[in-house]
Design a protein around this ligand. Structure first.
Ligand SMILES: Cc1ncc(COP(=O)(O)O)c(C=O)c1O
Length: 441
C-alpha cells in the first residue's frame, strides 16, 4: 500500500525518463555489509551496489567515523576559494595511484561532470571539437558526455556540441568480426581507427574516450591488445587517450584501474562512482600539460566537497589495507566459474566481464537474438529469491552484476545459486510479458 503510494508520487513529480527497476519498485531502507533491507520488510543480498558506487558495502564504521569527524568541525562546505585539506590529501593520493606522469587532479560531483571536464580539457588543448568514442559507450547525461555516448537508448537529445566518430568496442560479435582471434581483432580495430582518422574526421582530433570495460553496455571488456593497438594509432596523430574509469576504477576489475589490463597509460583518467562510498564525488586526473591548458578560471562549487573527500580517503585506506583489487579478482573468478558451472541454459548467451564488473546475457536459444524480456523476468525472480542485480546491456538483455568489493566467497556462491534458480524459474522463449518502457532505458 505504502510502496504503491510512493510509486504514484514518484511518477507524478519525477520525469518518466528516470527508470525504476521491478514491477513493484523497491525502496531500500537500511543496510549492513552486503545486505540491504527493503521497505517491503525483506532482506536482500545486494549485487548491484547502487550501480557500483558502494565499494565497501553498507554501514562501514571507517566511513561513518571519517564523515562524523569532519561533521563535528561544523564545516560541511567552505568552497574551492579556500584551502580544503581533505581535497589536497585526496588529490595527492589519486595522483600517486594514477600511473600518469606528473599528474594534476580536478574534482567534480559526478561522472558526467568529470567526463565533461576531460572533454573540455582535451578539446581546448588540441584546439579541435572532434572526438572518437566507442560504439555502445555510456559516458553520462550532460551535454558533452551524451554526445560521446554510443548507446541509442541513452542518447536523449540530437544536438551535440562535439563532432564524434565511433570506433569498434570489445564485442567482436557486432560488426561481423566474431571469427577473428584477439590479435587479428585488435589489428582490425586499429585499421578501422586509421580509416576513421584518415577519412571521417577533420585534420586534428582531440581525443579518444574509452571505458576499459564497458559497464552500461553489459560488462564488455576490450579485447586483449585492442587498446594498445588503438594507442599506437593515437600516438601517431598526437590524439589524447582518455580512460573513463567511472565504473572500472578502485579495483573493481581486479586491478586498481581498468586501463592497467592493457599496456597503455592514458593522458586523462576520469573517475567517480566508487571513490566516495556513496558521497557524490568525481574528477579527472591527467598530465599536467593538458590539465593546465585552460586559459580562463573554472571551478565546481561542490566538487571536492570536504565530507565527500573524507569519505573517499577512508574508502581508499580500506581498499589499500584489504587489497580489494586482488580480492575482487579472486571473487570475480569464483563468480564466473560458479555461474559457468550452474548456467547450462541454451538461452544464456554469455557470462562475461572482468573482476566484479560482470553480466549475464540472454538470447533466444535458436536465433541468438537478444532476449530482453527474459533478462527482465530473471531480474524479477532474483529479487523474489532475495538478490538484487541490475539490468542493461547494449541490447538491454543482460543482468548486470557488481557487488561491493568486500563480498565474501559464501555470498558469491549464494548469489550464483540464486541467479541459476531464477534462470530455471523463467523458461526461455515462452510467455514473455510486454515490456514496460522504463526497462528499455
Ligand atoms: C562509464 C561511465 N561514465 C560516466 C558515467 C556518468 O556518471 P554519473 O552518473 O555520475 O554522472 C557513468 C554512469 O553510469 C558511467 O558508467
Amino acid at each position: 500500500m505504502e510502496i504503491s503510494d510512493l510509486m504514484d508520487r514518484h511518477r507524478a513529480v519525477l520525469p518518466p525518463w528516470v527508470p525504476l527497476f521491478y514491477d513493484e519498485p523497491l525502496e531500500i531502507e537500511s543496510g549492513s555489509g552486503r545486505m540491504v533491507r527493503g521497505a517491503d520488510g525483506r532482506d536482500y543480498l545486494d549485487f548491484y551496489a547502487g550501480v557500483a558506487v558502494n565499494t565497501l558495502g553498507y554501514d562501514v564504521p571507517e566511513i561513518r567515523e571519517a564523515v562524523e569527524r569532519k561533521m563535528r568541525t561544523g564545516i560541511v562546505h567552505s568552497s574551492t576559494f579556500y584551502l580544503v585539506r581533505e581535497q589536497i590529501d585526496l588529490a595527492e593520493r589519486i595522483a600517486a595511484a594514477s600511473g600518469i606522469d606528473d599528474p594534476v587532479v580536478f574534482f567534480t560531483t559526478s561522472g558526467s561532470d568529470a567526463v565533461e571536464t576531460a572533454l573540455l580539457l582535451a578539446t581546448q588543448y588540441r584546439r579541435s571539437q572532434q572526438v572518437i568514442a566507442l560504439r555502445y559507450a555510456y559516458h553520462g547525461r550532460s551535454f558533452g558526455a551524451l554526445s560521446v555516448t554510443g548507446d541509442r537508448a541513452w542518447q536523449a537529445q540530437g544536438f551535440t556540441p562535439l563532432r564524434v566518430a565511433y570506433a569498434r568496442s570489445g564485442d567482436k560479435r557486432n560488426g561481423g568480426l566474431a571469427g577473428l582471434d584477439d590479435a587479428a581483432y585488435a589489428e582490425a580495430c586499429a585499421e578501422d581507427l586509421r580509416e576513421i582518422i584518415a577519412t571521417g574526421t577533420p585534420e586534428r582530433t582531440a581525443a579518444m574516450l574509452v571505458e576499459p570495460v564497458q559497464g552500461v553496455a553489459g560488462a564488455v571488456p576490450l579485447v586483449p591488445g585492442q587498446l594498445r593497438a588503438y594507442a599506437d594509432v593515437l600516438e601517431q596523430h598526437d590524439i589524447l587517450l582518455i580512460a573513463d574509469e567511472v565504473q572500472t576504477g578502485w579495483g573493481r576489475t581486479g586491478r586498481y584501474w581498468g586501463y592497467q589490463w592493457h599496456d597503455v597509460t592514458p593522458d586523462l583518467l576520469v573517475f567517480a562512482k566508487g571513490v566516495g562510498s556513496g558521497f557524490p564525488l568525481g574528477g579527472v586526473v591527467g598530465r599536467r600539460e593538458v590539465m593546465t591548458s585552460l586559459p580562463g578560471a573554472s571551478v565546481s562549487t561542490f566538487g571536492g566537497n570536504p565530507l565527500a573527500c573524507a569519505a573517499a580517503l577512508a574508502t581508499l585506506d580500506y581498499v589499500d589495507a584489504h587489497d580489494l583489487p586482488a580480492h575482487a579478482l579472486t571473487m570475480g573468478r569464483l563468480l564466473r566459474e560458479t555461474l559457468d558451472t550452474k548456467l547450462k541454459d541454451p538461452g544464456v548467451g554469455h557470462v562475461r566481464g572482468t573482476g566484479l564488473l560482470m553480466a549475464v546475457e540472454f538470447v533466444d536459444p535458436l536465433s541468438r537474438e537478444p532476449d530482453v524480456s527474459r533478462a527482465l523476468r530473471v531480474q524479477e525472480r532474483c529479487r523474489h529469491r532475495g538478490l538484487l542485480v541490475g539490468l542493461g546491456g547494449a541490447f538491454k538483455n543482460c543482468l548486470r552484476i557488481m557487488p561491493p568489493l568486500t563480498v565474501t566467497a559464501a555470498e558469491v556462491r549464494q548469489a550464483a545459486g540464486i541467479i541459476a534458480a531464477a534462470v530455471d524459474d523463467v523458461p526461455g522463449g515462452e510467455g514473455a510479458p510486454a515490456l514496460p518502457t522504463s526497462s528499455l532505458n
